[in-house]
Design a protein around this ligand. Structure first.
Ligand code: PLP
Length: 507
């Protein structure tokens, strides 16, 4: 036999572990297609690998053979598979050109962009996505999810039906582009808890913190302007800067928050700094008073803007939170973002900006031109929810749930996740689980996905090299059972990645 001719790599069907979810609303053929396509792009299914037949795969996944056939046909049409669809499919040796992967993130750019997308659109699609929701709902250890199961749905239903019953035709016209006056007044009262004193005129209501940040970056930055971004950072902030064509300057985060000194040394003329001072995402640290003062002084001196993302500081479990950075701003350099999608429920899609006075007119006009306000009926319901005291009551309850879930995660992880050090956090809805040095957190994260849990790799949040591997673990929406079950699954995933790596090093 020709020694050069290799036998094709055979894929073990049980290694495919496609996480199908028939409650997700995503067609099953699409889930099979995406699962196989991701495995090919990520190299888990190498070039030339022989794929199990559609019949065997359908049996194994407990789906119809047509489902698998449609997925295979799509993969063949896109050039991922070659050979007869049915029983002779192999992974192509010549994969369709994938967009370049920034920092070789395995979850980045999982969409082969085959349609005509602008360069700016592509740069967005090509950004690393630390986590990707494969199904809706709560799932261990998905981030950014509040204790939705503790939400007073009955109260919301009552306020919503009252709002709908009392609607008149006058309510059917455009409202204020700034947002419903009653809601802006209610937001002023909410901001007081963050040490902020503001007027309803300063408030702009939007659908999400993400939308707010995109508007801020579009309005305050020109393409090519330098902007500081916390490193590591929330991927959405990076996306907002990329969408505005900004030149991103990653500024390292340490135990005192954003390294303002480094930012000043690296890019003193930057136009904007993005920060999460109350609870850095994803590291969880609080920005020190000294750094806050230094940042404000720099912004004032250079006429730069500070974009303060105060996304989850309401979830504070120990001492009183430090007031928002905005409350220290005497010269109107801070644009503050708050979101109800985190304090109440993600499907709400209501958030807000608090603007320095000099930006109010321009931003109101911009909203009028570019999208108006979020649904007025929902704004009305939320304003009553706040005004009648339900918001404050719910926050108290949600905070208690958050604290209890954090404790469960910490104690279960301490018992079951050997070698993983989970940070004790006093704020928010997520924490970091530090992995043993030299562990590849992306491999652990992928193994976790195969075991049915989401654990975003810390390294995927960095623009510079990640100094220490870790996993970002959300716990806000998880019941005790979900946490304990999730920890077991994560432990199995860790065994799969860490033990063989250790054994390899010993050899
Ligand atoms: C730091 C940070 N800011 C903002 C958001 C998004 O908030 P919204 O859903 O209102 O866009 C998230 C979401 O997880 C986040 O982690």
């Amino acid at each position: 036999m020709d020694p050069e001719r290799k036998t094709p790599h055979r894929v073990n069907i049980t290694d495919l572990l496609l996480p199908l979810d028939d409650t997700s609303g995503i067609p099953l053929y699409r889930q099979v297609y995406e699962g196989l396509r991701d495995a090919i792009i990520e190299g888990r299914l190498p070039a030339g690998a022989r794929i199990p037949s559609t019949r065997r795969l359908a049996e194994y996944l407990a789906v119809s053979r047509t489902t698998v056939l449609v997925a295979f046909e799509q993969l063949a049409a896109e050039g991922f598979l070659v050979g007869a669809v049915g029983s002779g499919s192999r992974v192509s040796d010549q994969l369709p050109p994938a967009p370049p992967l920034p920092e070789a993130d395995p979850r980045a750019a999982t969409i082969p962009v085959t349609v005509e997308i602008s360069r700016r659109g592509r740069s967005l699609l090509e950004l690393p996505r630390p986590s990707r929701q494969l199904s809706p709902g709560s799932k261990a250890f998905r981030t950014g999810q509040p204790p939705v199961d503790g939400f007073p749905l009955e109260v919301w239903r009552r306020l919503a039906s009252r709002r709908h019953r009392t609607l008149t035709s006058a309510d059917l016209y455009h409202g204020s582009a700034q947002g419903l006056r009653k809601l802006r007044e209610a937001i002023v009262t909410v901001a007081v808890a963050r040490g902020i004193r503001c007027e309803p005129e300063q408030v702009l209501v939007l659908a999400s913190a993400q939308e707010a940040m995109e508007l801020v970056c579009r309005m305050l930055l020109d393409p090519g302007d330098e902007a500081w971004l916390e490193d590591p950072a929330w991927s959405g902030a990076r996306a907002a800067l990329v969408a505005a064509g900004a030149h991103i300057v990653p500024v390292p985060v340490d135990g005192a928050g954003l390294g303002v000194e480094v930012g000043i040394l690296t890019a003193p003329q930057a136009r904007l700094a993005y920060v999460t001072p109350s609870h850095q995402y994803p590291m969880g640290v609080t920005m020190s008073r000294d750094r806050r003062t230094m940042l404000l002084e720099w912004a004032q001196e250079h006429g730069a803007w500070i974009l303060e993302d105060d996304y989850d500081s309401e979830f504070r479990y120990a001492d009183r939170p430090l007031p928002a950075l905005q409350s220290l701003d005497r010269t109107g350099r801070v644009v503050y973002v708050g979101t109800f999608n985190k304090t109440l429920f993600p499907a709400l899609r209501l958030a807000y900006l608090l603007l320095p006075e000099k930006l109010i007119d321009a931003f109101r006009e911009a909203r009028g031109i570019g999208g108006q306000h979020p649904p007025a009926v929902d704004q009305g319901i939320l304003s009553e929810f706040i005004a009648e005291g339900h918001y404050a009551r719910h926050l108290k309850h949600a905070r208690a749930l958050g604290r209890q879930r954090r404790d469960t995660l910490l104690s279960t992880a301490a018992r079951r996740l050997k070698g993983v050090e989970v940070t004790h956090t006093d704020t928010g809805l997520h924490t970091v689980g530090w992995l043993p040095e030299e562990t590849d957190d992306r491999s652990v994260s992928l193994a976790a996905l195969r075991h049915g849990v989401e654990a975003a790799p810390l390294s995927a949040h960095y623009m510079a090299a990640c100094p220490r591997p870790g996993l970002v673990l959300g716990y806000g929406a998880l019941t005790t059972r979900q946490i304990t079950d999730g920890v077991e699954r994560l432990s199995a995933a860790l065994d799969e990645v860490i033990s063989p790596a250790r054994a390899g090093r010993r050899r």
